[in-house]
Design a protein around this ligand. Structure first.
Ligand code: FMN
Length: 139
């Protein structure tokens, strides 16, 4: 089995209400657990930034479902690599809400106080997610 990690970003669509984040997390956690996919999702009511890790086949099935989800659009793949170890092994889908993505963290990883993964270097997005690991919320 090849273990992969992917990071992508997307824009929230008009069909999405921010309250639906709970539903996304619930189905993500249920589905991911079944196929041993793990990861982290960040959301600031405008953009999503998500890291997914898992076996290549299972993982790509999940990614295809995500690509077809009308609650977001403009999905941009930022990185896709074979890995030896997971970064988010303890979370079927961890969540970092907007309030934890501070100006200071944005400044460090993107050079601006705004959270806009579309304007970031792919490598910086993963480094930012690693930093946000300590800010994972329990919802
Ligand atoms: C930003 C975003 C992230 C998502 N992440 C996942 C995920 O990690 N795993 C997953 O199974 N579904 C995820 N989903 C939901 C899928 O797009 C899709 O709705 C779901 O897989 C359908 O499965 P269900 O019928 O069991 O709910 C995500 C959706 C969005 C908009």
């Amino acid at each position: 089995m090849y273990l992969m990690r992917m990071v992508y970003c997307s824009k929230m669509s008009d069909e999405f209400s921010t309250k639906e984040i709970d539903q996304i997390l619930a189905s993500a956690r249920l589905n991911n657990k079944k196929v041993d996919v793990t990861g982290l999702l960040c959301f600031n009511r405008k953009y999503f930034l998500q890291c997914l890790e898992g076996g290549r086949t299972e993982f790509n099935k999940i990614y295809h479902a995500i690509l077809n989800d009308r609650r977001h659009h403009n999905i941009v793949l930022l990185s896709y690599d074979e890995i030896v170890e997971r970064e988010f092994a303890h979370w079927s889908m961890a969540y970092v809400p907007e309030v934890k993505i501070t100006d200071e963290i944005n400044m460090r990883f993107s050079g601006t106080p705004d959270f806009d993964p579309f304007s970031m270097h792919g490598e910086s997005t993963f480094k930012m997610l690693q930093e946000l690991k300590s800010q994972i919320s329990e919802i």
